[in-house]
Every structure is written in C-alpha cells, then in structure tokens.
Design a protein. Structure first.
Length: 601
C-alpha cells in the first residue's frame, strides 16, 4: 500500500497541559481510519495539525508529494454574503461539476443554491462544508464529526457514499454504527499515547479490552515485586553493597510501572429513591403547525410509567417541537397536554447551557446541589457525579473557559442529572460526547428508574436505551413502533414498503373505532391470506407477557380485597385500579385474538 501520511514522534501541549507525547502512526492509500479519544484529549487538535491549521511542539509529518488534503472542521466559517453554490463549489463555468454539486447538496437537504450563507443555520452551514470537502475530491479526507447535524437519512447516505468510495479517510465521529461500517483501521488516543487497531469498531473493542487486561496484569505483577524491592531499598545503604546500582535503577523503573493508574470503569450508578406516579403525561388530540408545516394533527398519546421512548425522523419533521410542547415551552394550536403531578423533568437540550466562564467545574454543579440522594442511605456528591462522568479531581477544579466543546456538553449533562429528575428528556444528547462517555450514559439510562425520552440520530445509542419509537415522517405523520431502531429498519425491509404499522397510535377516536368493530372484524373471513409481520409477531409476544402480568395483578387485588387485612386507603386505591385493569385486559386480549386469527391462517 502506498503511504499517504507518516507521523513520527509528534508532541503537542498547551502550557502545562500535555495532549499527546511522541506519538507515531501512518495512513496508507485507500485506508479508512477512525480516531477515537475522550473529550479534551486532543482529537480535534490532532486533525487541525494534520490539516496544517495548527502547529505542534516537535516531531515530523511526511505527506506524499502533491497530496491533496480536504478538511471538514467542527465549526466551519463562511463569508455570509456568498451563495451556497459559491461557498461549497468554486469551479465556475464547469456545468458537469456544478450538476454534481447539486446532487450532493440535494442529498444533504440543501435546496436553495443561491441562498446567502448568512441565512443558513449552523447545522446547514456544516452540511455545506461537508458537501464542499466531498466535491473538491481530495486524496485524503479529514473529517471532524461529519455526522453532527445530519438526520438519519443523510447519515445513511454518507455512510454508503464513503463505504463505496476508494478515497482515503481519517475521521473523528461518535457514531459507532458509522465507524463499524466505514472504517477498517481504528486509532485510539489514550493517556497521551496512540494505539493502532487494524480492524473495524467491533474489532477495536475486543482488542482494546485485551490491551487493558494485559496492562492491568503487568501493573499487578509490578506491584507484587515492588513491595519486595521497597523493603530492600529501605535497608541501610551499607546493607545493599556497592554492586547493587543496577538494582536501584531497576527499582525506580519498577516503581514507575507499579504506580501507573488505569482508568477503571465506574460502578453502574443506580438510584433507588426516584418515585414517579402512574400518571405521566397525555397528549389529548393535540394539533400544531407552523404555516404549511404540520407537526401534529389530532395526536393522542398516553405515556406509560417507566417508558423509555426514542424519537427519530428527518430534520424539520417536528421532533424538537414535540419535546418543547411537552415541556410547556411551545403551546399547541388545539388539544390539551396533561402532565402528572409527580413528574419532575430534566431537560438536556441541543442548545446547551450558558456557563460562567470564570467559574470552576465543581462549583457549577455544587450551585445546583451538594449531593443526590440515591436511596437506601446512599448519597452521591457533586464531585462523585463528575468523576462518574470522567471528570478527574484535577479537571473538576479547572475553570470552564478551559473546557473543550465535548467537556462542556458533559458538564451540562451533569447539571441536568444533579437536579435528580424522574423524567429525562434528552434532545440530541450524543452530539460532541466521546464514546466512553456515551457508554457510561447508556448504562445510566438503562438503569434509570424513571421515564426517558431521547431524540437522537445515533442509531447505536438508541438501540441500547429505548424500547420503542415514535417515528416522525413529516406533515403530522407519526408512527409508533414497539422496538428499537434496528428492529424498525428490519421491519421496514420485511414489509417491503414504508407504511405505518397496524399498531400506530394516531388518535383516540381511531382506537375507539377499532375496538367497536373488532368483535365482528375478527370473525369475518379475510379476503387474502397473509403472515404476521415482524412487528406484529413482536406485538403478540409482548401482549402475552402483558396479559399474564395483568391477570396476576387482578388475582392479587381480588385476594387482597377479600383478605380482611387491607387498610381503607389501600382498598380505595385497589377499587379504582380494578376497573382500569379489567379494561386494559379486555383491550389487550381482543388485540391478541385478532393477531392469533391471522397466525392460524
């Protein structure tokens, strides 16, 4: 393979902060390389150095002669007066290349090519910058977070575009599906050192764990020997003898190894004292539109206790507006949104939080609370929460102005969690967070004993966290799918067309009509034979579990009511629950019967 770039002994620091020291790696023609590192450790700085936009302290970078490099920055800057076409494409009068530019911009949902760049949002400008770097056809593409500000449709298009291309690529991204499907080499920047893994993201995970296990074993062996050698060193100098200088030198090297500290993954953080009542929120026939853009139309939804919902869809379909309506920041045109009395929202927005730049990290969190009560006598201090999300004790006493963009997002997340909410609403939480932080957040949300709504384009994250989706299709078309994102895409492929699942919740009126006609419809002969879809099979399996649980709950309530030992308050609550429970049982049993009729064909 022809070497495109060879980096030898590269070192970079900012004052006393050492980002990386004496790192070496190479990129060959045709390789697609992903760069992984924690926030604040120098990923974007390294890309800027390689693109020539930033200097370095020492080392050497050797590019192939006449190599053309294209660089996508995290925050590109344009002349606000130039048009989209001029900004993304500087070849005037070449009709064929202009046509190609229009095709790429269309895929990235940029339609008005004469619109001034100053009128575009930050996300739209990032997409124009991406189009620009693709169209200039460089030999080496360097991309810093290319999937930020792209919706799922655009991400999957870019994924396919880069996978099919023979172009050489180096990129930073938190999108693990993207890494796995595009990259064949992973570079990990960790503890000021770089490690090379010649495989995709899944291969990297396996080999990284092997590296950590080997390092841990090496440290353990060094610690055992260190104790013995320390006793020898503590003896009187005369007892050592004159020929032991080599042993002294070896002791100091052993001490260096023994005192290394691996970043241990935190114990899973579980809160046991979060309470949320059975009534969460209900959208009652809600409608919302902005001019010709319909967000919701007669939309009904009753959110369940402990539900973990994912919201996906293309940009502009109303996902963030839906969230802001739930939080009371945007009012519906028609209908009503009823929120339960016990609900305490914690909202992590795309816009983030404005911090006092001169405050210390720990003080930002302590201003909210000194600790979070986890229940069972356990408390989590502000410092412990920050350490859980990988802020070292030293970093906690840094001033905010020293933080990277990803570290600021991580601090913002800590301020949301420190308020101890029982309902988390996270709007694009994965943007700018490193992969290690995402893994920690995934575990936190999996164990979270309250309710969760996540708006995200990160497919891997959604698969880990949510148990069903609202899919925003645009113009008020919203699908309710019982499963994660990968299962939804599998259902789409199996169904052969992008139509709504039968279980979609569109309005309460539709539900009532279905219930009123179900007694006759399931007895009527079907006009054509068909099999249960993937979604219907999953729905049927879930119904069987739900029905069994409801029947057991009914049995327990009836036994308690007849037992003579139940308090007046408990009898009142059970008496209210019993008719609701029976209605749920009837509805689920009827739906199961409909599906079983299809299954028996």
């Amino acid at each position: 393979m022809v070497p495109y770039l060879d980096v030898q002994h590269l070192t970079k620091s900012f004052g006393t902060l050492m980002l990386f020291r004496d790192i070496s790696f190479s990129i060959a023609e045709g390789q697609k390389v992903g760069l992984i590192a924690k926030n604040g450790t120098g990923k974007s700085t390294l890309l800027s150095i390689l693109s020539g936009k930033e200097g370095y302290d020492s080392g050497e970078m050797v590019f192939r002669r006449d190599l053309k490099v294209g660089f996508l920055e995290q925050s590109p800057v344009f002349d606000p007066g130039e048009s989209v076409l001029d900004a993304c494409f500087n070849h005037h009068g070449e009709e064929e290349k202009v046509l190609r530019a229009k095709q790429v911009l269309t895929q990235l949902k940029i339609g008005n090519l004469q619109q001034p760049m100053g009128q575009l949002s930050g996300g739209q400008q990032k997409r124009v910058a991406l189009a620009n770097v693709l169209l200039t056809e460089p030999d080496l593409l360097i991309l810093d977070e290319p999937t930020n500000h792209l919706d799922l449709e655009m991400i999957e298009w870019l994924e396919g575009y880069l996978s099919r291309s023979h172009r050489t690529l180096l990129m930073v991204t938190h999108d693990r599906f993207f890494l796995d499907r595009v990259c064949s080499v992973i570079l990990e920047l960790d503890d000021q050192t770089i490690y090379t893994y010649r495989g995709n993201y899944a291969y990297y995970l396996e080999k990284r764990q092997e590296r950590i296990d080997n390092k841990r074993a090496e440290i353990a062996r060094a610690n055992n020997l260190y104790r013995t050698e320390l006793e020898w060193m503590r003896r009187m100098p005369q007892a050592r003898g004159h020929k032991a200088k080599y042993r002294e030198d070896a002791f100091y090297e052993l001490e260096r190894v023994a005192k290394q500290r691996l970043e241990e993954r935190q114990l899973r953080l579980k809160a046991n004292n979060i309470y949320i009542g059975s009534k969460i929120f209900e959208f009652q026939y809600v409608s919302k539109r902005f001019d010709d853009i319909v967000i919701l139309k007669d939309f009904y939804y009753n959110f369940s206790r402990f539900e973990k919902m994912g919201i996906v869809g293309n940009n502009g379909t109303g996902k963030s507006t839906f969230v802001k309506m739930l939080l009371g920041q945007v009012q519906p045109d028609d209908g009503k949104i009823v929120i339960g009395d016990t609900v305490r929202f914690g909202y992590f927005s795309q816009e983030g939080l404005q911090f006092n730049e001169q405050q210390k990290v720990i003080d930002i969190v302590r201003d909210i609370a000194e600790y979070v009560d986890l229940g069972s006598g356990k408390k989590l201090s502000a410092s412990q929460l920050l350490q859980y999300f990988l802020f070292t004790p030293e970093q906690q006493y840094n001033y905010v102005y020293k933080l990277s963009g990803g570290e600021r997002r991580k601090l913002y997340l800590c301020t949301v969690l420190m308020r101890n909410p029982n309902f988390l609403v996270l709007d694009e939480p994965t943007n700018d967070l490193d992969i290690v932080t995402l893994q920690i957040l995934e575990e936190y949300l999996q164990d979270f004993p309250g309710c969760v709504i996540v708006v995200s384009h990160d497919r891997y994250f959604m698969d880990k966290v949510v148990d069903h989706l609202l899919v925003f299709k645009g113009q008020g078309n919203i699908k309710d799918f019982p499963g994660n994102y990968t299962q939804y895409r599998e259902w789409e492929k199996c169904s052969g067309e992008k139509q709504e699942p039968r279980g979609e919740r569109t309005s309460q009126a539709d539900k009532k009509n279905q219930k009123n006609t179900s007694l006759t419809s399931h007895q009527s002969p079907l006009t054509s034979k068909r099999k249960l879809s993937y979604k219907e099979k999953r729905e049927m399996e879930q119904l069987e579990q739900d029905i069994a649980a409801l029947e057991e709950e009914q049995r327990q309530i009836e036994e308690a009511l007849c037992g003579g030992t139940t308090s007046v308050e408990e009898i009142t609550a059970m008496s209210k629950r019993l008719p609701v429970l029976k209605d749920e049982l009837d509805e689920k049993s009827m739906r199961w019967l409909e599906l079983s009729e299809v299954e028996s064909l």
